[in-house]
Design a protein around this ligand. Structure first.
Ligand SMILES: Nc1nc2c(ncn2[C@@H]2O[C@H](COP(=O)(O)OP(=O)(O)OP(=O)(O)O)[C@@H](O)[C@H]2O)c(=O)[nH]1
Ligand SMILES: [Mg+2]
Length: 390
C-alpha cells in the first residue's frame, strides 16, 4: 500500500466478484484508474456475491469492512469498481460517512483532469452533468465539494446546489457550443477530404501504446504515459509512405471496458472522425493477459460509433515484452491481419509502414477502379498520387 502523497487523496477501492473470470485484470485496471486520477490506494476490499445488494450494492457485512478500512487508513474516499445507482451511492455515503464514487465517476474525473481542448472540456462537462443529474440530492457532500477531489471537480463545484432547471440550461448551452465547434471541424474535415489524403486513425484500449506508436511513426511528441486516458484530444499528422504518398494519421482517445455511455455520447463528435477514417490501426497491448477481452471491448465501442465496417489492421504492440519477432501476419487470402511491433523499441515499425503503404495503395486502387462490371483496368502502382476521389 502506498504512503500518503503530499497532495492527493487516499482511497479504499472495492471490487466485488459476481462470478466473472477476469477479476485480477479488473482489479489491476481500477488500481491504474485510481492512480491516473491522482489518488493513492490505502486499502482494497474484495468480496463475492451472487448479485448486487439493492440498497448498498456490497451488502451489510462488506460495508462494515469498508468502514473499518476507512477508519484504519484515514481514507478520503471509497471507489467502487462498479456502476452504482444514485440510491446505492447515497446509502453508502450515509453508512460510511465518506465520499463514495463509482467507476463512471472515476473515469469522468480522469477525463475532467485531462481535457485540454475547448471541445474536450465541453464534452467532459456534458458527460459529468449527465451523470450528476440523477445525483443532485446528496446533502452532506456540499462541504466536501468545496475542498474538491475525485468526482468533485468540474461541474460538481459549480452546479450541485443549483436546481435541475439551471442544470438543463447549462446542458443546452454546452450542446450549442459543441455544435458550433463541430460545424467548424466539419468544414476543416471537408477541406482535408478535398486534399484526397487517406485518413488513418489509431484506436485501441487505453494504455495500449497508441501515442507512443504515433510518436514513433511521426516524431510528433504527443503525451504518452503509463496512465489510463493519457490522451483525450485527437492529434493528426501527415505521414509519408513512399510510393503510397501521404496519409493523415490521428492519435485518439483510448477505450475501456464499460465506457460510460454518457461519455461515448459526449465524445461522439470526436469519435465520429474515427468512424470516418479510411483505415483503423487497432493498437493492442499484446503482453496484457486481458488482451483478447480488450480487443473485443474496443470493437464493441467501434460498433457503437458506427465504425465497425472501417477496415482494420491489428497492431500487436509491446512485442518487447512478449519476446516474439516482428511480423506481418496475413489471412488465407493474403490480406494483412496483424502486425507485430514494439512502439518503444521500434521493432517492426518498418513492417508497419509497409503494411500501411500496402493498405493505402489498395484503398486508392479500389477507389479508382469502380469500372463498369466485368471491365478490369490494371493500375500501375506508381500512378497513385493524383486524381483519386477519396
Ligand atoms: N514495453 C513497452 N511499453 C510500451 C510500448 N508502447 C507503449 N508502451 C508503454 O505503455 C504505456 C502507455 O503508452 P501510451 O502510448 O500513452 O498509450 P495510449 O494507448 O496512448 O494510452 P491512452 O492515451 O492513455 O489511451 C506507456 O508507459 C508506454 O511507455 C512498447 O512497445 N513496449
Ligand atoms: Mg494516448
Amino acid at each position: 500500500m502506498l504512503e500518503r502523497p503530499d497532495s492527493g487523496e487516499r482511497a479504499v477501492i472495492v471490487q466485488l466478484d459476481f462470478g466473472s473470470d477476469d477479476i485480477p485484470e479488473q482489479l489491476e485496471e481500477v488500481r491504474l484508474l485510481t492512480q491516473s486520477a491522482g489518488a493513492a490506494i490505502c486499502a482494497e476490499v474484495y468480496g463475492n456475491r451472487r448479485s448486487p445488494d439493492p440498497a448498498t450494492f456490497a451488502g451489510k457485512g462488506k460495508v462494515q469492512e469498508v468502514a473499518a478500512g476507512i477508519a484504519a487508513h484515514e481514507a478520503d474516499l471509497v471507489i467502487f469498481n462498479h456502476e452504482l445507482s444514485p440510491a446505492q451511492e447515497r446509502n453508502l455515503e450515509r453508512a460510511l460517512q465518506c465520499r463514495v464514487i463509482d467507476r463512471t465517476s472515476l473515469i469522468l474525473d480522469i477525463f475532467a483532469q485531462r481535457a485540454q481542448s475547448a471541445e474536450g472540456k465541453l464534452q467532459v462537462e456534458l458527460a459529468q452533468l449527465d451523470h450528476l443529474a440523477t445525483r443532485l440530492v446528496r446533502g452532506w457532500t456540499h462541504l466536501e465539494r468545496q475542498k474538491g477531489g475525485i468526482g468533485l471537480r468540474g461541474p460538481g463545484e459549480k452546479q450541485l446546489e443549483t436546481d435541475r432547471r439551471l442544470l438543463g440550461n447549462r446542458v443546452k448551452l454546452l450542446k450549442e457550443r459543441l455544435a458550433r465547434l463541430e460545424r467548424q471541424r466539419g468544414v476543416q474535415r471537408k477541406a482535408r477530404a478535398r486534399g484526397e489524403v487517406l485518413g488513418v486513425s489509431l484506436v485501441g484500449y487505453t494504455n495500449a501504446g497508441k501515442s507512443t506508436l504515433f510518436n514513433a511513426l511521426t516524431h510528433a511528441g504527443v503525451y504518452a504515459a503509463d496512465q489510463l486516458f493519457a490522451t483525450l484530444d485527437t492529434t493528426s499528422r501527415k505521414l509519408w509512405l513512399g510510393d503510397a504518398g501521404n496519409v493523415v494519421i490521428s492519435d485518439t482517445v483510448g477505450f475501456i471496458r464499460d465506457l460510460p455511455h454518457s461519455l461515448v455520447a459526449a465524445f461522439y463528435a470526436t469519435l465520429e472522425a474515427t468512424a470516418q477514417a479510411d483505415l483503423l490501426l487497432h493498437v493492442v497491448d499484446s503482453a496484457s493477459p486481458a488482451r483478447d477481452d480488450q480487443v473485443a471491448e474496443v470493437n464493441k465501442v467501434l460498433a457503437e460509433i458506427g465504425a465497425q465496417d472501417v477496415p482494420q489492421i491489428l497492431v500487436f504492440n509491446k512485442l518487447d515484452l512478449t519476446g516474439l519477432p516482428p511480423a506481418i501476419e496475413r489471412d488465407e487470402y493474403g490480406r494483412i491481419q496483424r502486425v507485430r511491433v514494439s512502439a518503444r523499441s521500434g521493432g517492426g515499425l518498418p513492417l508497419l509502414r509497409e503494411a500501411l503503404a500496402e493498405s493505402a495503395l489498395e484503398k486508392v486502387r479500389t477507389l479508382r477502379k469502380a469500372p463498369p462490371v466485368g471491365e478490369v483496368f490494371p493500375i500501375p502502382d506508381t500512378v497513385l498520387d493524383s486524381g483519386s476521389s477519396l
